[in-house]
Design a protein around this ligand. Structure first.
Ligand code: SF4
Length: 525
């Protein structure tokens, strides 16, 4: 099952807190007509959509269907595709009333309250091409407690105290197509990024000022999601989780000291990690880290304004290895003008850095990015392209055979990466259960079964109440053909975390392996 952007449950919880009846719906995988059936059942006074480049046409189509089926329903869009193209969207999509630029929490409560007291649309005509009102005037109406005209709405200031927002996992209203165990495993601990890479929309969406939630607030959300939905693994989706060293160390120490004993992954820039940060995160449950590396070629990095050196990549991967955290690097390919020499530089960097794997994506141009601005200035694209092209993204190398050949070379390099052997310290003294677990997992992934078993056993001895230590040891016994021991440990595990589905499945597998006859008989019956 897919999930919604992590910010949507927060918006839903904000509206719920204001006393509105809310439906948080995930329509991915449905056609606009199928989605409309559900919208009609709920018959909302206002419908809002998170607009991305890849879902723009389905969203516009659904907006049009809603407008015809429920003519009084007000429709607004926000998100990364909407923020930079607000007025253009309003000009071309007559069914949309408002585009919300940036953070919605400061605007939506007032807007929805005003929709509630003005439930009937006065002007029901949809006039394509109608110019929207200026943002300033529309915001002034909103501040004056009047329903604003069709316009792009944009809060004047960023939210500084993110802790004051409700946690998404505490949203208690209606949902559709949403699995809370997947949805609430996504955590956002900050908004924005201090850098401005040319291919990235973050600077336009948030500006370059970063706002942070406190370490306490993030740990509390993890605890709530674990307690309410049995989630044991989290994805921290900050642009750069390790940007603020003090906060990330506090987070790691809190999670390690007070729990819960969960595992997580995160993304970071290579120049904002060091040994201390990665060891602290590994001790507290970091299972995997993703670094945005993009290229090993200094020329390409400069073109992207990445502001990172290949040496920083090598240092970061080394620190991750020392800490026992597998590191993935993200690379960008299909870059027009990229040469064989650039690919060679990336190859050299990968050999020196030694990541566990690499993920390659073709260079795509998104609205609001510096690349988009450059392509527009060069006359290669304009805003109308987003409404004419049916492609899910605009790839920079369309029709550029040389760049596509380079992409294939890069993908083949990435496919040949062999994960490095774990660098286990000579003495295991002082390592937490989580860290032993990570070293054990990396050993198991490389087929070093005996070493993995020793490390899992040591992890469980060190942290007998940590569900992950029990899980891995039970799984290891099962893999080694020892289902009785696997069953014994998995039973202790399910008693400890009765709501963890993976633990229940593991116990079932161990029981089936321990009693193969019983399983066969059950099937015959
Ligand atoms: S790619 Fe990463 S570092 Fe660069 S601007 Fe985007 S979020 Fe920031």
């Amino acid at each position: 099952m897919s999930f919604l952007p992590a910010g949507l449950p927060i918006l839903a919880a904000v509206l719920e807190r204001e006393g509105h009846e809310v439906m948080l719906a995930n329509y991915s995988g449905m056609t606009p007509k199928q989605a409309l059936r559900h919208v009609r059942e709920f018959s909302p006074g206002a419908a809002g959509f998170s607009l991305f480049t890849h879902n723009r046409f389905e969203t516009f189509e659904l907006a049009g269907l809603i407008r015809r089926a429920l003519p009084d329903c007000r429709i607004f869009v926000g998100g990364p595709h909407a923020s930079p193209l607000g007025d253009e969207i309003l000009k071309r999509e007559a069914s949309i009333d408002w585009v919300i630029r940036g953070e919605g929490e400061g605007i939506l409560p007032d807007l929805v309250r005003l929709v509630e007291v003005n439930p009937v649309r006065k002007d029901r005509k949809m006039i394509p091409g109608q110019a929207p009102a200026p943002t300033d005037a529309a915001m002034e109406s909103l501040l004056a407690n009047q329903l604003p005209p069709r316009a792009t709405l944009s809060a004047a200031t960023r939210i500084t105290d993110l802790d004051s927002l409700p946690q998404g996992c505490l949203y208690g209203g209606k949902t559709f197509g949403l699995d809370p165990r997947i949805q609430y495993s996504l955590i956002i601990g900050s908004r924005g990024c201090a850098w401005a890479c040319a291919f990235c929309a973050s600077p336009t969406l948030w500006g370059r000022r970063v706002s942070f939630r406190s370490a306490h607030s993030i740990v509390d959300e993890i605890r709530q999601a674990r307690d309410r939905f049995g989630i044991q693994y989290f994805h921290i989706r900050d642009d750069n989780f390790t940007l603020n060293k003090e906060r990330v160390l506090e987070f790691a120490s809190l999670l390690q000291r007070e729990g819960p004993a969960v595992r997580f992954n995160c993304q970071a820039r290579v120049d904002s990690v060091d040994d201390e940060i990665l060891e602290a995160l590994a001790e507290s449950g970091l299972e995997h880290i993703q670094f945005g590396v993009e290229s090993g070629s200094p020329a390409t990095l400069e073109r992207f304004a990445k502001d990172v050196s290949p040496d920083a990549v090598i240092r970061a991967c080394r620190s991750a290895r020392k800490a026992g955290i597998p590191a993935s690097v993200y690379l960008i390919g299909a870059i027009p003008g990229e040469t064989r020499e650039d690919i060679r530089a990336t190859n050299e960097l990968l050999s020196k850095a030694g990541p566990n794997d690499a993920v390659v994506s073709p260079l795509a141009i998104f609205p609001g990015t510096e690349l988009c601005r450059q392509a527009t200035d060069d006359g290669d694209m304009n805003d109308s392209l987003w409404f004419r092209s049916r492609e899910p993204a605009i790839f920079a190398a369309i029709g550029d055979h040389a760049a596509i050949a380079r992409l294939e070379e890069l993908s083949s390099l990435a496919g040949r990466i062999t994960p490095p052997a774990p660098e286990i310290p000579p003495s295991l003294e002082g390592l937490s259960g989580m860290r032993l677990l990570s070293f054990g997992e990396q050993s198991a992934a490389l087929g070093m079964d005996e070493q993995a078993g020793r490390l899992f056993a040591a992890a469980m001895e060190r942290a007998p109440e940590n569900p992950w230590c029990l899980y891995r040891l039970a799984e290891w016994h099962l893999d080694q053909g020892n289902p009785a021991e696997a069953t014994r440990i998995a039973q202790a595990l399910t008693a400890l975390v009765p709501r963890w589905e993976d633990a229940a499945s593991l116990l079932e597998a161990a029981l089936a392996a321990a009693n193969p006859k019983k399983k066969r008989n059950n099937r015959q019956n």
